[in-house]
Design a protein around this ligand. Structure first.
Ligand code: DOR
Ligand code: ZN
Length: 357
């Protein structure tokens, strides 16, 4: 009779990066940035501030504010993105990329989500920018949802593939594109069917919750984000993709803090604040699916390879030691934040960085 396998007690992973995060600004930035810097070595920082980050000067100033908000500046590298508008200037974007100020551009369809009102109204308006980006191999990051109010909110990602993304891929076949925070089996299939220049990020929450979470015993604003969580079959498709070992899928938390008062409201903001226990959440998911050996690829290797950046040489340590996620954490003087998994117990505890190999 064979004995049951002994559960792994300690995980040492190449330091991960977060390829999609909202760090906000001012007091909120100061409260949240430490959570991301604690576990991730680099992060792609979303540009949807008010006003958005659209110039090299904006990005450089925001990057300094991020570093100034951290106690230890050497350990964390914010990678800045440029928010595309109908008026984006290919020259500014091209120069910004070549100067290393911008790592990528972010496309928000106008009004698709938080602070997307200055986003792109018609993809043809930015074709000169996309041409330039394709030429210089600058990544395009897409919030993949149509905004047509006639389209059911649960179908907006699938319709975006049909109406917008397929056309971009056809017209710019060599453009490096990341389908951000995918939520559907349709997006998984689309990304799998594309070439190596098409990849996707997957959040911790879309791996854990389906749309029922928003209505469990009442309205649950802390489970509301955009793109909204979909049916269970979509969540399962995302789990299969994330744990498959395919280099096309990598970690992007989409951590998006909003104060409790902005979430628990008659018109609550979209966004799940998962930064405090992000790597612990992914570790729990990968373990549940028997794929702990694939966590490092997803969290620490597929992203930098796609972006053409070096792999991190330091490591992080996770111990099998249950951690209880607090109900609330500090936000600003105006209120607190509810972290993803609030009140739950996660099996793995992040215990810090280890020296590189
Ligand atoms: O839920 C979301 N929150 N989705 C987004 O695309 C934006 C984000 C935010 O900035 O709050
Ligand atoms: Zn986002």
């Amino acid at each position: 009779m064979s004995s049951p396998p002994v559960a792994v007690q300690r995980l040492v992973l190449r330091s991960p990066d977060d390829w999609h995060v909202h760090l906000r600004d001012r007091a909120m930035l100061r409260s949240v940035v430490g959570y991301t810097a604690r576990q991730f070595r680099r992060a792609i920082v979303m540009p949807n501030l008010v006003p958005p980050i659209t110039t090299m000067a904006d990005a450089a100033a925001y990057r300094s504010r991020i570093l100034n908000a951290l106690d230890d500046r050497d350990d964390f590298e914010p990678l800045m993105t440029c928010y595309l508008t109908d008026d984006s200037d290919p020259e500014e974007i091209g120069l910004g990329f070549e100067a290393g100020v911008f790592t990528a551009c972010k496309l928000y369809p106008a009004h698709a989500t938080t602070n997307a009102h200055q986003g792109v109204t018609d993809i043809r308006r930015i074709y000169p920018v996309l041409e330039r980006m394709q030429r210089i191999d600058m990544p395009l990051l897409l919030h993949g949802e149509v905004t047509d109010p006639a389209i059911d909110i649960f179908d907006r990602e699938a319709v975006f593939i049909e109406r917008v993304f397929s056309r971009i891929m056809m017209d710019f076949p060599a453009l490096r594109t990341v389908f951000e925070h995918i939520t559907t089996a349709d997006a998984v299939a689309f990304v799998e069917s594309g070439g190596p220049n098409l990849a996707a990020t997957i959040t911790p929450h879309h791996l854990c919750i389906n749309r029922n979470a928003m209505f469990a015993g009442g309205l649950r604003p802390h489970a509301y984000c955009l793109p909204v969580a979909k049916r269970e079959r979509h969540r399962l498709a995302l789990r299969r993709a994330a744990t498959s070992g395919s280099p096309k899928f990598f970690l992007g938390t989409d951590s998006a803090p909003h104060l409790i008062g902005q979430k628990e409201s008659a018109c609550g903001c979209a966004g799940i604040f998962n930064a405090p226990y992000a790597i612990e959440s992914y570790a729990a998911t990968f373990e549940e699916d028997g794929a702990l050996d694939r966590l490092e690829g997803f969290a620490s290797e597929h992203g930098p390879r796609f972006y053409g950046l070096p792999l991190n040489t330091t490591s992080i340590v996770l111990e099998r030691d249950p951690v209880v996620v607090p109900e609330r954490v500090a936000g600003t003087s105006e209120g607190e934040l509810v972290p993803f998994h609030a009140g739950e117990t996660l099996p793995w505890r992040f215990t810090g960085f280890a020296p590189g190999e």
